[in-house]
Design a protein around this ligand. Structure first.
Ligand code: SPV
Ligand code: MG
Length: 291
């Protein structure tokens, strides 16, 4: 349990919008923090991609948890953990929450899909949702298992992703809030903000909303704030996509140039990596302790 779960609650309570950026390892999370975001999204999609795997419940809880723990050790921002389906039923969720809270997460997002899940944004993805009552049980288990009352349980409503329409999405969201969710993440893969804006305007539930505007990038922070009910905006995969863009470009240039002589000016110097690794501390510690 880190006290940064309180920070996240404070941003949300203060009429603000928490901007949470994805990370897939400690270094990307450190860059999220340096850039000035309000929190880190421990994304299942990013970690799966970083492992060279599709985001279909192949990465285990132990692997995701180890990454989250390593991120928590290198950063101070609140971490929102993407725990997919919670790794099983309500009994598994009891254990999942205990583990993630202990590892340093400030919040978890649990989605209402069946296990194994299929990534949400893929065209034609198989999207099967749990019975509402079963998912309510999982949310109740999550709330029961947390030790810190500031640790947030965010219920992820995939009804729009599954093509079930706004009425079902609203009904499910209301039932999840009733079961004790602190916030509802409503996801959409429509390429304009229309679907999500319509849901947000229709939502009159008791808890605030979280959105992930990957598919509809026209949804800026200012536009989300103007809708009033959105309190967290997650940039879901921009760390892994930025890395892929950078590596593809640099690798192709090295192949084309037959060496690294031209690419050097386009990438950070080794000294920048030393700074991130805190090599100055290593040197100071050598002076002090190596005899
Ligand atoms: C993730 O980043 O793992 C997410 C967001 O769950 S999405 O990939 O858009 O479903
Ligand atoms: Mg995910």
């Amino acid at each position: 349990m880190k006290q940064n779960s309180k920070n996240l609650r404070e941003i949300i309570a203060a009429d603000g919008l928490a901007r949470i950026m994805a990370a897939h390892n400690p270094l990307s999370a450190m860059l999220v923090e340096e850039a000035g975001f309000d929190g880190i999204w421990a994304s299942g999609f990013e970690l799966s991609a970083a492992c060279g795997l599709p985001d279909v419940s192949l990465v285990s809880m132990a692997e995701h948890l180890a990454t989250l723990r390593a991120i928590a050790q290198r950063t101070t921002l609140p971490i929102v953990a993407d725990v997919d389906t919670g790794y099983g039923n309500a009994i598994n969720v009891l254990h999942t929450i205990e583990q993630y809270e202990d590892a340093g997460a400030a919040a978890v997002v649990i989605e209402d899909k069946t296990f194994p899940k299929v990534t949400s944004l893929v065209a034609g993805g198989r999207q099967e949702l749990l019975r509402v009552e079963e998912f309510q049980g999982k949310l109740e288990a999550a709330a029961h298992a947390r030790k810190d009352p500031n640790f947030m349980i965010i219920a992820r409503d995939e009804a729009l992703i599954a093509g079930l329409g706004e009425r079902v999405a609203l009904e499910r969201a209301a039932r999840y809030a009733e079961a004790g969710a602190d916030m509802i993440l409503i996801h959409s893969k429509q390429q304009t903000p229309d679907e999500i804006e319509s849901f947000i305007n229709a939502w009159n539930g008791s808890v605030p909303l979280v959105i992930v505007p990957t598919a509809y990038p026209q949804m800026t922070e200012a536009r989300a704030l103007a809708l009033k009910k959105v309190k967290i905006l997650i940039y879901g995969n921009h760390a892994i996509r930025a890395s892929v863009t950078a590596m593809q470009k640099v690798f192709a240039q090295i192949i084309a140039d037959g060496g690294i002589h031209r690419v050097d000016q386009d990438i950070v110097p080794v000294s920048e990596i030393f700074r991130l690794q805190k090599m100055d501390e290593v040197k100071a510690n050598e002076k002090r302790f190596l005899r």
